[in-house]
Ligand binder design. Structure first.
Ligand code: CTP
Length: 401
């Protein structure tokens, strides 16, 4: 269990969502974590110290001094923790965190900490949408903190919208994921990773299209893995049934290569790493019939025109991006892959081998070989989520050199 033995410091601030922390503590304790709770004085209006200390099996503090006059050392709390979780994090606490307004025990502890910090905001919908909250959340992300976004639903005010603290299970999973992704987990904090995934569909008429069998699994696996490592992920996906709920992943769904091209270049300028795993259709019908094409002659000719090469254009427009392409070849595999590395101005290419039964498009496994201009590395047949780790480990080695 990834959380077993981990020291989790929970800082509770004064919002109605504080009551949910009871369930979260119970979950962490059940999974074998050590939990220490600190709270703001106003949080005491929402949840009692007795409940929190009974569940966490530790005394709970809300002030720099205890009733008997002893000092509650915030530095010790901060150094003790493997991870700090600010939950619920009110607009007030968030503002204090990012602007260094250190007027209570939880902010003093937060500012003394060196460990990763997770923030689960909770507030009313207008407060959540306020430019100051948005800016403060962005600042917190720039500090390398992990935001567990508020969810949408009915709020304590009776209004309906985004602002409700993420459910305890979501928070617990996020922290568990963080620990299970190992010591590399923070390497992509502060990086924006742009990923293309899935097939593209090129319309012939209102009901038909030219497509391919790509499922999007490889691209979605890379997106999940990059998000776990702290990256902000922009995932541009062609038609795929896959979903992702990871808070670091922003999915933009497209249909055709043209649409994928346009979305990619909405985000490419800010990307630090771009990975093109989509199986983009090379050609599209020159004209899309307005009405369903009726069956008439024995032969039907559809004129096709070349689609833009998204990856090649990324190579041409490269400024700071570390650019990764994929190659799927049936002959002269390595020669063709290396050719694409140069032709498309890539930093790295991943060759998908079709030699194995279980590898490729529709399958859950893949066998890859990676090439850069000066290195190459072969990997055995693995599940796609493991392949995603190999790819990102290789990328990290290159960019952190
Ligand atoms: N690619 C792209 N845009 C296209 C075609 C391909 O971005 N219009 C990207 C794919 O996402 C992949 C890489 O280019 O990362 C190589 O795709 P592949 O189909 O193997 O190569 P092509 O360049 O299309 O060449 P060919 O089909 O002739 O092998």
């Amino acid at each position: 269990m990834a959380i077993q033995g981990k020291k989790i410091l929970i800082c509770v601030s004064g919002g109605i969502a504080a009551y949910k922390i009871n369930y979260l503590i119970r979950d962490f304790i059940k999974k074998g974590a050590e939990v220490q709770v600190l709270m703001t004085p106003s949080a005491e209006n929402f949840v009692s110290k007795l409940t929190l200390s009974t569940l966490s099996k530790n005394p709970v503090f809300s002030d720099f001094y205890s009733e008997n006059g002893t000092w509650n050392n915030h530095v010790e709390f901060a150094l003790w923790a493997d991870v700090i979780l600010m939950a619920p994090c009110t607009a007030n606490t968030l503002g204090k965190m990012v602007h260094g307004i250190c007027d209570n025990l939880i902010i003093a502890t937060y500012m003394s900490a060196k460990c990763p910090v997770f923030i689960a905001p909770a507030m009313d919908l207008d407060m959540y949408q306020h430019p100051s909250t948005k800016q403060n959340l962005e600042l917190a992300e720039d500090f390398g903190h992990f935001i567990i976004p508020a969810e949408t639903g009915e709020l304590a005010s009776g209004l309906v919208g985004q602002g409700r603290m993420a459910e305890p299970e979501t928070i617990s999973h996020t922290i568990q994921d963080f620990f299970s992704s190992g010591k590399n987990s923070k390497n992509l904090v502060g990086k924006t990773v742009l990923i293309t995934a899935g097939p593209t569909y090129e319309a012939i008429d209102p009901v038909r299209f030219i497509g391919n069998h790509s499922s999007g699994k490889m691209g979605f696996s890379i997106a999940e893995e990059a998000a776990k490592r702290g990256a902000k992920v922009i995932l541009i996906s062609g038609p795929s049934t896959l979903q992702s709920n990871h808070s670091n992943i922003e999915i933009h769904r497209v249909t055709s290569a043209r649409e994928m091209f346009d979305q990619v270049f909405n985000f490419y300028g800010n990307a630090d790493i771009a990975i093109a795993s989509a199986a983009v259709a090379d050609y599209a019908p020159k004209e899309i019939a307005k009405e369903k094409i009726k069956k008439k002659e024995d032969e039907l000719t559809i004129e096709l025109i070349k689609n833009p090469d998204i990856l090649k254009t990324m190579g041409e427009r490269k400024t700071k991006q570390f650019l990764v392409g994929f190659a799927l070849e049936t002959q002269n595999e390595e020669e063709n892959a290396k050719g694409k590395l140069n032709k498309k101005n890539l930093d790295m290419i991943v060759l998908n081998s079709l030699r194995d039964e279980g590898a490729g498009f529709k399958n859950d496994t893949n066998r890859i070989k990676i090439f850069t201009k000066s290195e190459e590395k072969e990997f055995p047949l693995k599940p796609k989520n493991e392949v995603a780790k190999d790819i990102l480990n290789f990328v990290e080695e290159q960019i952190l050199k």
